[in-house]
Design a protein around this ligand. Structure first.
Ligand SMILES: Nc1ncnc2c1ncn2[C@@H]1O[C@H](COP(=O)(O)OP(=O)(O)OP(=O)(O)O)[C@@H](O)[C@H]1O
Length: 307
């Protein structure tokens, strides 16, 4: 669905009276198929966000081409909201603080569909539900939510037109570990349901490892290595990837998901932790972290605190 060929980008940087040129991306080649989850990993300043902005059409490359849905993109280009959406690290700055959530979510529908108000409201309500927010959120403003809830709103807005590709630029970096886990789970569930292609950008290998099926490692604007996530994580070929992996902290928590029926006691739960085969912690031990009695009406996510 997306092919990036020999893409390069240079910025001019002014320091005092001197202008220098900084090559941020060099000969980037990537081929992303529909439904894949790509993780783009690299340290700060390696060019990840620049690449994301170019793919999203917010900036033009110097050279190279992008083929999207079999069409070569020319720059500057109009936004393609039905095809590409982007989610940023800080939802507070990407959500209009003066608009209620109902207007924030209505905007893409109003601008890009001919749906009448009633149908748009129906879609908005269903997306609030999909991201596990209450209907009363409609009348609230972004500042009335927590960071995690705001990122859920940003996700609902990104998904509302059901785009083919969502670029997620460090979407969980600003969140607490437990909230990170909930958002990652949600991303996984939504991807499974809607078969959306993800380009997930992060400097955090643990996060990439959890979500991505394919990985590209970027360093100083060069893609050093790319391929299946499992293969890259188990036998990295490039010395830089080896170094990244050896320096990476182990998963801070194992991301797990427990399903509870309303008012059930812990003993009657059904554990579907995605790490159940790999987790070094025995199931019984792992469950010690969960409150003895939970009264929930729906799915509850938690992070196992064992390291
Ligand atoms: N508009 C710009 N003008 C000049 N230089 C820029 C501009 N945008 C980014 N840069 C520089 O390009 C380099 C790559 O930046 P970029 O934001 O793409 O990296 P990144 O890997 O996303 O980093 P981070 O993880 O810290 O966000 C950095 O040295 C940055 O200072």
């Amino acid at each position: 669905m997306l092919e990036i060929k020999n893409l390069s980008k240079t910025y001019e940087q002014k320091k005092f009276l001197k202008t220098t040129r900084l090559k941020v991306l060099t000969n980037i080649n990537l081929y992303i198929k529909q439904g894949e989850i790509w993780g783009l990993v690299g340290e700060s300043g390696s060019g990840k966000s620049t690449l994301a902005r170019i793919i999203a059409g917010l900036e033009a490359p110097d050279t190279g081409s992008i083929v999207l849905e079999n069409k070569t993109i020319s720059f500057p280009r109009k936004s393609m909201p039905h095809i590409i959406q982007m989610v940023f690290q800080d939802p507070l700055s990407s959500l209009n603080p003066k608009q209620k959530i109902k207007n924030i979510l209505d905007e893409p529908l109003k601008l890009n569909t001919n749906y009448p108000h009633k149908k748009r409201l129906q879609i908005i309500k269903s997306w609030l539900k999909n991201v596990n927010l209450l209907e009363e959120s409609l009348e609230k403003y972004p500042h009335q939510f927590s960071g995690g809830q705001r990122q859920r709103i940003a996700l609902a807005r990104a998904f509302i037109l059901q785009p083919k590709l969502i670029i997620l630029d460090e979407p969980v970096s600003a969140l607490d570990v437990s909230v990170q886990a909930q958002i990652l789970l949600l991303l996984k569930q939504l991807q499974k349901q809607y078969k959306t292609t993800y380009l997930f950008i992060s400097h955090d290998l643990a996060v990439i490892r959890y979500l991505a099926t394919k990985v590209a490692v970027i360093y100083k604007g060069h893609i050093l290595e790319q391929g299946l996530a499992n293969e890259i994580f188990s036998s990295p070929a490039h010395p830089y990837t080896k170094l990244l992996l050896s320096c990476a902290p182990k998963l801070k928590g194992k991301i797990s998901r427990i399903l509870f029926k309303k008012h059930t006691k812990i003993s009657s739960h059904q554990n579907i932790c995605p790490f159940v085969d790999k987790c070094p912690v025995k199931k019984e031990q792992c469950l010690q972290n969960i409150p003895k009695s939970i009264q929930l009406s729906s799915t509850h996510s938690y992070v196992c605190l064992y390291k």
